[in-house]
Design a protein around this ligand. Sequence first.
Ligand SMILES: [Zn+2]
Length: 428
Amino acid sequence: MKNSSVLLSRSISSLLLILLFSCGAPEAEMTQEEKASDIHSRVLTLDSHADTPLQMGREGFDIGKRNDPHEGGGKIDFPRMKEGGLDAAFFAVFLGQGERHEKAYQTARERAVGIFNLIHQALKDYPEMAGLALTPDDAYRLNEEGRLAIYIGLENGYPIGRDLEWVEKVYDLGARYITLAHNRNNDICDSSTDPDGPEHNGLSEFGAKVVREMNRLGMIVDVSHISDEAFYDVIEVSKAPVAATHSNARALADVPRNMDDDMLLALKENGGVVQVTFVGPFLKEMEPDPERQAAFDELRERWGDYTELSDEEMAQVREEWQKINQKYPRELATVSDLVDHIDYIVDLIGIEHVGIGTDFDGGGALEDCFDVTEIENITLELVERGYTKEEIEKIWSGNFMRVFREAREIAAELAVVEGEKTEILAQI
Ligand SMILES: [Zn+2]
């Protein structure tokens, strides 16, 4: 009797246990990690700025294979994007600012086209892993197909030179944003970091034409890197909201590359978005590292103006750059430092105007998000700080996609006003 009652009570408890587990743990009982994982896999994650094409030009780098980030393999490749749950990324066609005359523009254009081709070739080589994305919808479609979405942005309007037609040429090559300038002034506008100071006091007359042409085409104007005056000129001229594809809050890291409170408030007014970035000195004040600095200064001194170099010489520069990076590793900021910037921006201008642009392969790396495989740590930090799934979705892609869509809608309206029946309308 005794034995059978024990048996009975045991089977009742087993039944209860089975019932409990088959119902699944309610959301309230999920750990923060489980909640973050769930959100991370369900929202579209988009990185608005990665310099991965710099890696793609390197001997021995294969974007379709898993590379080791600690052995010069960069921060992103398709297998690691998949592993880290990064669904979409803008690959930058990046050109350092060189001399400004016709011959130099010609060289810059050839280089730019070469980099566009590298990206297109990679997508042709691995169609089952990734596809070219040209519209906001493309990322969601590719994601449904189980493929990564690769967008293209032109970092530095340098190859446009003084020829407005080149804006449409880079659009046709797949670029959906242009970062108007890089570390130095160009014909479009002033840079925030030109050692010689401002040249146009903002956007040049030609630059205003470039912005209008980008509005006509539905391209996003990227205000990262440009001077404060140029930023204000751009939002005055642009009919569409703008994006800073990789910039942070100056209140937390006082460098010219970041945006101060007034700029952030103006960005909110404009309906735009700022995408926080992983570059250490843009996140917090870092300890100076004179040996590393001296090694980079020597490299720059020795090679001079990069635009004058052949492709082989450029490859050599990249190799040396990598070696210095490995010999004198930088002090890195953390995911917590990054999310401090998100918190700050959200407090100041709201949840609708912030996103993420890693600058992976262009100097971006965090201690606890060293390459793309670790990006879920950002989602986890956001969950731990109390952000909801809806808010995290806005940060990871929703806000940037809104700006992208609005840029295209405005282009469609402009086309109607001008009486042009373009296919842009059909593409929104
Ligand atoms: Zn940059």
